[in-house]
Design a binder for this molecule. Structure first.
Ligand SMILES: *Cc1c(COP(=O)(O)O)cnc(C)c1O
Length: 344
């Protein structure tokens, strides 16, 4: 059991914060007449949403095998990342760390919050360089380490032993971003939230659940960390419409799983077809719903595909001559392959 001292890693103003108490916090039972929140009595979306998203948490907790009190629901994972900076990092003083290349929002959110983000380069097929990490693990100014596994844009998962080493040897918060975990064979770290007091596991409804338009993310953590997240989040951070959309897909969990299976089959199909193209030099192993592909000239390939009205992600600036291709429907993937055949 890894324990931490919250006093050392939480901003003092957050520890001392009296959170906003909404009308729906103070009254939880059933009633007939609600004249407590200055809502309009007319309309269909006239009522504020459940600030605690109780129904979603109950259903999700069952699927993930945790307590509902260990589930946080955010306005996308992006809100979960931003709240972490605001809870743990004093602007202009504290730091965070991640492993590059990785998801761009850790850096953008650090910039918005005036927090320095240290970017340690990944090595040996994009694994964590544990040998160089110790000084950062020992630095009391480093408050958060972001571990994106499976990693975007490289697609691989990090060695579980390396991630556990960080959890064991770092007295700050470790956020494991598992946006792509449902496409991976690796086990989720959600099952470890009771073992590590410093662990937050972030997931999203945007990828495997097919709800990117809805903007809902979930984070799993122990109740002490949850108390901090609850204090800092806007009271009504997830709208009625968004909660309904998530509940619908939670009720159709089997369909979600079936779609994941199709995407994974199609990913392997796409890999084979790409491998046969002359301009393709290397396709990296992936645990996600995308492929990182090294081509002869990433910029040219990207521009050419735009002319063909096929949009991929050019990652040339992050990984030399690499493009990132999301797995689409069989028809979409075929369109991409046909276009690439023309350049080859
Ligand atoms: C797509 C993605 C997310 C999703 O963010 P949302 O705000 O939930 O849509 C989170 N992390 C990574 C690494 C991603 O690639």
């Amino acid at each position: 059991m890894k324990t931490i001292n919250l006093k050392n890693i939480v901003r003092e103003n957050i520890l001392n914060l009296t959170p906003y108490s909404s009308a729906r916090d103070e009254f939880k039972g059933t009633a007939d007449v609600f004249l407590d929140a200055n809502e309009n009595p007319y309309g269909t979306l006239n009522r504020y949403p459940d600030p605690h998203q109780r129904e979603i948490k109950q259903k999700l907790a069952k699927i993930k095998n945790v307590e509902p009190s260990q589930v946080f629901i955010g306005n996308g994972s992006d809100e979960i990342i931003d709240l972490a900076y605001r809870i743990f990092c004093k602007p202009g003083v504290d730091k965070a760390l991640t492993f590059s290349p990785t998801y761009g929002m850790y850096d953008v959110s650090a910039g918005i919050n005036n927090v320095e983000l240290i970017k340690q380069p990944l090595i040996n097929d994009y694994q964590i360089n544990l040998n160089q990490l110790q000084p950062y693990l020992d630095d009391p100014k480093v408050k958060i380490i972001f571990v994106c596994s499976p990693n975007n844009p490289t697609g691989n998962s990090f060695n579980i032993g390396d991630v556990e080493y960080i959890l064991d040897n770092f007295d700050g918060i470790v956020i494991i971003d598992e946006a792509y975990i449902d496409f991976s064979e690796q086990a989720s770290f959600v099952s470890k939230i009771n073992e590590y007091e410093n662990l937050i596991v972030s997931q999203t409804f945007s990828k495997a659940w097919g709800l990117a338009g809805v903007r809902v993310g979930a984070a799993y953590m122990n109740e002490k960390l949850m108390d901090l997240y609850k204090r800092v989040k806007p009271p009504y951070n997830v709208s009625v419409l968004n909660q309904e959309a998530v509940l619908e897909s939670l009720n159709a969990y089997e369909q979600v799983q079936a779609n994941i299976k199709v995407i994974l089959e199609e990913r392997e199909n796409l890999r084979e077809k790409l491998a046969a193209l002359k301009i393709v030099n290397k396709i990296y192993p992936t645990d996600a719903n995308f492929l990182l592909v090294n081509v002869d000239n990433a910029d040219k390939t990207y521009d050419y595909l735009i002319e063909e009205k096929v949009i991929i992600r050019n990652r040339n600036k992050v990984v030399n001559n690499c493009i990132r291709i999301t797995v689409g429907t069989p028809e979409e993937n075929e369109r991409l392959i046909e276009a690439l055949k023309k350049i080859s």
